[in-house]
Design a binder for this molecule. Sequence first.
Ligand code: FE2
Ligand code: FE2
Length: 471
Amino acid sequence: MTTPDYAEKIPNNVSLAGDRRLQRALESWQPNFLTWWETMGPALPTQDVYLRTAVNVGREGWAQFGHVPMRDYRWGIFLAEPGPDRRIAFGRHKGEPAWQQVPGEYRAELRRLIVIQGDTEPASVEQQRNLGATAPSLYDLRNLFQVNVEEGRHLWAMVYLLHAHFGREGREEAEELLHRNSGSADAPRILGAFNEETPDWLSFFMFTYFTDRDGKYQLGTLKESAFDPLSRTCEFMLKEEAHHMFVGTTGVDRVVERTAQVMVENDTDDVAALGAIPLPVIQKYLNFHYSVSLDLFGGETSTNVANYYTAGLKGRWMEERRKDDHLLDSDSIMVDALLEGEIAQTEVSALTGLNTDLRRQYIADCEGGVKRWNRILDGAGLPHRLALPHQAFNRKVGAFAGIEASPGGEILTAAEWEQRKSQWLPTGTDKTFIRSLMRPVYERGKIAAWLAPPRNGINGQPFDYDYVHLA
Ligand SMILES: [Fe+2]
Ligand SMILES: [Fe+2]
């Protein structure tokens, strides 16, 4: 079960060879995936890239590093090892054995959850398609491609579940996952944030920090699922996801570090002319990516999510560490609300408030990033600080969708918002400026002027390693 079969066309640890029908179905999806990768994946031509490939799912040594031509990357199907006698941890089926097959009564809901997760994976690859043209270093270029191939593998992970467990409808959904495209007018990706473009590297770092982190929390809830194959798939995806978080966290670190350095060296806040990114611009990008990522958690209350929980389809973040009955039918939670036009809170049943619970876990995690970045500013002797904007700021989903609020949480009229939003969200001028900094640096050991080099290279290699060979 644990050793993936690399002799197969599709590497896997699910004994695909033992199920000819499934194998044939996936093998006929594979060329469509490759066509999608060629047309919608990384646009920059390369010979090979120093990539990590999953070769095992065990605790130790699951990844192997080496230079590989990207189109030969072994996208495979890997599920974490099954736990012995895994039991459902929450909801109405709590204590029963986890499901190895999809129960008929939950088929539609489970399929929907898998499709929504699956849709985000290729979407981010599409959003990041052109970033290679402006990579600030070979190290960063390699990290971009690593994230891209793994998002491609996450698509495989979801497509496997659709093919293996949802029959013809599952196969049709798998086709649709390649048919929808980020930002497309007639067939866009399902969730809003995945139709935004990622036009520059500051956006990329903010995206991998804030939006990929939403993915981490969604995967965390699916990892708790009573449907064991979904749980085990997500558990392994979370391992890969850790590197994506790292790219975002250290990416923003390095932007802030470079800006702070230029500010101190030149004793000025106005570092734009010196080729670094001014802190107010970093703050605006942060405001944007954080607020659109908050929307991904949905409304403050949701009866659908309550039903998913009770049915055992989707749990809470760290479900098994929670000290309660894991049924929640007699608990309550305070959620954000707009009461008589004011930002307030209201009490709802814990089950309907589960989106709020997850969003709060996420927000606490995001605060960790801001603390880090402020430590960098502090360490440079600067009094400036970055901050997360108020939850009501720039929201399109949930209780605050109908109002406008400042980053400090002050409610604004539409006219005030129009007048002041350019102080808080990236303007055309900011975006043009950021784009003007985005010139590729493909020379080994060199880096763009707006970004500090990383502390360490990848897999023990130095920063000036030949991470990517361009075509
Ligand atoms: Fe992913
Ligand atoms: Fe990711």
